[in-house]
Design a protein around this ligand. Structure first.
Ligand SMILES: [Zn+2]
Length: 306
């Protein structure tokens, strides 16, 4: 028989290990290879992202390719990602909403992307729906899931939705208008905004799943990522998060739990919560809104107004 003291010590050690267990998150980038912008060329963007990820020793990431962006120049960028050890996956050919164009048109578009990606290395069989639109209703959603499986694809779901694309667009637009950007403030704004979304969806997971799953963060292959993704990694690690590969993240049991609801556009955790009765209004962080970000972005004084 263990003494009372020994049992207490085991209990304390067990609780401590649970507390210390790092929450885990993988990084994914949609819409690669994005075109040149007022802030940088696409080639520069790719170099900056690779450099930042390597410097931060991020184990792996997935770049979800919008296949109609592929041309001889941009194909080189995709090769640079795979040569650096990162992976590619499908984000459809022409980035249309599966909920709007219907299952047949979407399946054809998906197959076109499948063919376009064939000649690249390091392609993983994950597919991510543009806008996280999985289909107009549950019948269409399940039909597309079956088609994905027939083509050998797994669902490249996200667990953390956010508006990184909108923050990046505000910065790029400011650069296009030749305004002066305070990059330190921009970096802090990007990190704070993403971190709030990460904590929001993790809290939702702990409420609905009763645990923190291996998360999949949705980012885009955009200017903001090129500028700040290394800082975001560092910030997350300082907060106790562990950066894992998407392959590891997609081994979480939620990968096999496809919720039978029509609500998928805020990611897998939100869909699971919805299937357990959480109302849609509780499944979206306030920052997933253009007006909200416009106000916060102006208040943060990121773009100098004279
Ligand atoms: Zn996209």
């Amino acid at each position: 028989m263990l003494s009372y003291l020994a049992r207490s010590l085991i209990f304390v050690a067990f609780s401590f290990s649970l507390l210390c267990q790092a929450r885990e998150i993988a990084f994914t980038f949609d819409d690669a290879p994005t075109p040149d912008s007022a802030l940088m060329t696409g080639a520069e963007r790719t170099q900056k992202i690779i450099h930042a990820l390597q410097r931060a020793k991020v184990p792996d990431t997935l770049f979800f390719v919008k296949a109609d962006y592929i041309n001889p120049h941009t194909a080189e960028r995709l090769r640079q990602y795979s040569d650096a050890g990162f992976h590619l996956a499908s984000h459809s050919f022409s980035h249309q909403s599966a909920s709007q164009i219907g299952t047949e048109a979407y399946a054809l578009d998906m197959y076109k992307a499948h063919l376009a990606l064939k000649s690249f290395n390091n392609v993983l069989n994950f597919h991510r729906f543009p806008y996280l639109h999985y289909g107009k209703d549950l019948t269409d959603i399940n039909q597309l899931q079956n088609l994905l499986q027939e083509l050998g694809y797994k669902d490249g779901y996200v667990t953390i939705d956010n508006f990184d694309w909108y923050i990046s667009a505000l910065l790029t637009n400011a650069a296009g208008e030749k305004k002066v950007i305070n990059y330190e403030k921009a970096r802090d704004f990007y990190i704070k905004s993403l971190y709030e979304s990460i904590e929001f969806y993790d809290a939702l997971a702990r409420k609905s799943l009763k645990r923190s799953p291996r998360h999949v963060l949705l980012l885009h292959e955009n200017d903001a990522a090129a500028l700040f993704v290394g800082d975001l990694v560092e910030y997350l690690r300082n907060k106790g998060w562990k950066i894992i590969s998407p392959q590891q993240a997609y081994k979480d049991p939620i990968a096999k739990n496809f919720p039978q609801v029509a609500f998928h556009k805020q990611g897998r955790v939100a869909a699971i919560a919805n299937s357990k009765g959480f109302p849609e209004s509780a499944l979206r962080h306030p920052s997933e809104n253009e007006n909200y970000i416009n106000q916060a972005f102006t208040a943060a004084g990121i773009v100098e107004t004279k």
